[in-house]
Ligand binder design. Structure first.
Ligand code: NAP
Length: 321
């Protein structure tokens, strides 16, 4: 039965994409099955390409079920849920959807930075719940313009965050594993050094085991009581317990977080902290960007089926990391 399919789609990317893909190729859709790929037998020969999403991922037994697999096309740019090492070992190419989401994720980083500093989310609650009338003036907040912005992970999104800082007359420095010769921004050799210098620390590096808890108690201490942490990368990069403790003790000034260590969550532990602005992991979630991401997945699939090449493959260095 499965020899009739070229492509397996393990995650729905929305009705429009799903219908478009079904018109383009012979696609086996498995997301309706609670047991996923396992529901279709021990192995599915003939299928050359799999479509997934960063949320659904592609790991372990999924490779074993698809002996003829040559490519995985994923929706999203993070690859912490994709087993790149196993894909590389089997000679399977992996594509993600870079570039098209940079602006919206960077915009959200700035929304969180501004909200944490100027407390716009808390101010909104203050007005809507009648506290303005009852309690009078809202507390004084923290200036943004002219301050220092540190970026952990000056990649595509990190650069888009940095570019926006120009309009706020801010100085920018960054920390990556190695300095970028093409960058106009200053390089900090360690993350603690960067946090010590910065008023705001924006986290925009990759997630996964290699970056787990890079932002730890020492980094938070270096950022300090007037410092504000922004995370649009992955919850795993930040030691959330240490952040909470520092916010409560006043060792950290504030935080704007699009991503948390456990998702989804009601994050009750943050509920009474007005110096924290949270969003439910929606960095790329605008109509325009989501459409562009779906188009890029489709174009990768189309290119692979026509030519055997992916348009936006994960770099060889990342595949081996
Ligand atoms: P990218 O262009 O690959 O940039 C990643 C940056 O992280 C690079 O500059 C890299 O520099 C740095 N990096 C990697 N490992 C590091 C380490 N151990 N220490 C310090 N820096 C390190 O990726 P991108 O497209 O900007 O995306 C970044 C991340 O944003 C994604 O991986 C994803 O997790 C997250 N994201 C979140 C959302 C959201 O909805 N909130 C949406 C899209 C993406 P070096 O290689 O020189 O170290």
């Amino acid at each position: 039965m499965t020899a009739a399919f070229d492509v397996v789609q393990v995650a729905s990317l929305g009705p429009a994409f799903d219908a478009r893909l079904a018109q383009r190729c012979r696609v086996l859709q498995t997301w309706h099955e609670p047991r996923g790929l396992a529901a279709f037998g021990t192995a599915l020969p003939g299928i050359r390409l799999a479509v997934t999403s960063v949320r659904h991922g592609f790991t372990g037994g999924m490779f074993d079920a698809l002996p003829d697999l040559k490519a995985v096309c994923s929706w999203g740019v993070g690859h912490d849920t994709l087993d790149l090492h196993e894909a590389a070992r089997r000679g399977i190419g992996v594509s993600v959807t870079p570039d098209v989401l940079d602006d919206c994720v960077a915009d959200l980083a700035w929304a969180l930075l501004l909200s944490a500093a100027r407390r716009t989310a808390a101010g909104d609650r203050y007005v809507k719940t009648g506290q303005w009338r009852a309690l009078g003036q809202f507390p004084v907040t923290t200036r943004v313009s002219g301050k220092r912005l540190g970026i952990l992970g000056l990649g595509r999104i990190g650069e888009a965050i940095a570019r926006r800082a120009t309009g706020f007359d801010m100085q920018v420095r960054y920390h990556n594993r190695s300095p970028r010769p093409d960058s106009p921004y200053g390089y900090a050799h360690s993350l603690v050094e960067l946090a010590d210098w910065a008023d705001f620390l924006a986290v925009a590096c990759v997630g996964g085991a290699a970056t787990r808890h890079l932002v730890d108690a020492a980094v938070i201490r270096a950022l300090g009581p007037r410092g504000i942490l922004v995370n649009i990368a992955r919850g795993s990069v930040v030691d959330q317990t240490a952040v909470l403790a520092a916010l409560r003790s006043g060792e950290l000034g504030g935080a704007g977080l699009d991503v948390l260590e456990r998702e989804p969550t009601d994050a009750a532990e943050f509920a009474d902290l007005d110096q924290v602005s949270l969003m439910p992991h929606v960095g790329s979630a605008t109509h325009e960007t989501r459409a562009a991401m779906a188009d890029l997945v489709f174009d990768n699939v189309d290119s692979f089926l026509r030519t055997g090449a992916l348009l936006t493959p994960v770099a060889a260095r990342e595949m081996q990391a």
